[in-house]
Design a protein around this ligand. Structure first.
Ligand code: FAD
Ligand code: SF4
Length: 338
């Protein structure tokens, strides 16, 4: 662990001023990812800016019928918030599928978006890793890559984004509110995380001197027909090999609108609008779900140890769509094992 300075931000403007003043400073919220990375010598901030006392801990209804979730709302509070359970159960279910109760009590909404990959080479500072040290190479491409990406990879990096919450946010088409020296802006969740390309060191499009203040959910929450299905090596306390968030708007057996996103397969939650569009107006059936899943995975490419994830993701998508259409979501089993 390195030496670092500590400062506490009094308000959002103060937080932005402090981070803008020091290029190697970092915000700290729950600390559940950042402190681990500092202990492993992966992150070396010169100053930690404590944002935990900022007034960003409320969930409020918006004029457009959605919700605004403060960046410091703990993952547990969000998952069990009555409005989230009632109107956005896919989000509640996804959060409860992640980590453990103790971690979720500490972890913040903003920090969850910015958690870094779980690629073992990223954590192992004696191995080359383009994300940790740009230009050094990628140890995973010819190494042990069982948990790595099958979609949107590059020659520089094949890491996945590990969040469960973000997969549900992608299916819900949430937006991220941020503030920086130039003022406030809103980033669609689909544009927030990046594919690795030749700059895998950049996980997101958040500016270095910007702070996340809130997540906004639109009014539509797919509360009747949803599913969050997480496939992992252990039933709890493990990151996803593959996860699927689904929201369907049904009219009898007919799908009016379909949204689905995959986790554990790419550098960001993976959606394909073309695959979703094939379901709109169709009868919910094994045939239509298989067609959609085929399209979703069409360009998937495996590496030495993770080719199995292509078929796993395809089957998980079909199963999650089926559960959502029947109104028998996976969420109940996630809640039991949380
Ligand atoms: C053992 C273990 C198991 C886990 N399992 C899962 C799992 O199965 N699924 C899952 O989704 N997650 C899992 N997690 C990850 C956990 O959800 C994240 O560590 C947590 O959400 C991060 O939130 P935090 O507030 O602790 O972030 P911190 O560690 O405080 O910060 C993380 C990053 O975000 C930045 N940051 C924080 N808040 C803001 C903000 N408002 N604006 C700008 N920057 C900010 C920090 O500077 C830092 O770079 C696991 C973690 C552990 C340790
Ligand atoms: S997959 Fe990405 S994070 Fe993992 S070793 Fe390669 S460059 Fe680093």
């Amino acid at each position: 662990m390195i030496n670092f300075q500590y400062a506490r931000a009094n308000d959002v403007a103060d937080a932005v001023r402090l981070i803008a003043a020091e290029p190697s400073a970092k915000f700290i919220a729950g600390g559940t990812n950042l402190i681990d990375l500092m202990k492993e010598d992966v992150e070396r901030p010169t100053r930690l800016i404590d944002i935990t006392r900022l007034p960003l801990k409320t969930v409020e209804e918006t004029a457009s019928g959605g919700l605004r979730i403060g960046a410091l709302v703990p993952n547990s509070d969000l998952a069990y918030h009555p409005l989230i359970e009632l109107r956005y159960p896919v989000l509640s279910s996804a959060i409860l599928a992640g980590a453990s109760q103790q971690l979720r009590n500490m972890a913040s909404t903003g920090g969850n978006l910015l958690q870094r990959t779980r690629c073992a080479y990223f954590y192992d500072t004696v191995t080359p890793c383009n994300k940790r040290q740009p230009g050094s190479g990628c140890s995973a491409i010819d190494g042990i890559n069982r948990g790595h990406a099958i979609l949107g990879t590059s020659e520089a990096c094949i890491a996945t984004h590990p969040s469960d919450m973000c997969v549900a946010l992608a299916a819900l088409e949430a937006s991220v509110h941020v503030t920086g020296p130039a003022g406030d802006r809103i980033i669609a969740i689909g544009d927030f995380h990046r594919l690795p390309g030749d700059t895998p060191q950049r996980d997101t499009n958040l500016g270095r001197d910007e702070i996340i203040t809130a997540i906004e959910l639109p009014a539509k929450g797919f509360a009747k027909n949803y599913s969050y299905l997480k496939i992992r090596d252990r039933l709890s306390y493990a990151f996803a090999l593959v996860s699927v968030a689904v929201g369907l708007e049904m009219d009898g057996d007919t799908i009016r609108q379909a949204r689905f996103a995959l986790g554990g397969v790419a550098h960001k939650p993976w959606r394909k609008l073309e695959a979703e569009a094939t379901l709109n107006g169709q009868t919910a059936s094994a045939d239509s779900f298989n067609r959609a899943a085929d399209l979703l995975l069409r360009n998937a490419k495996g590496f030495a140890h993770n080719t199995f994830k292509i078929e796993l993701a395809r089957r998980a998508t079909v199963r999650a769509l089926t559960q959502a259409a029947r109104g028998t979501p996976q969420s109940q089993s996630n809640k039991k094992i949380a």
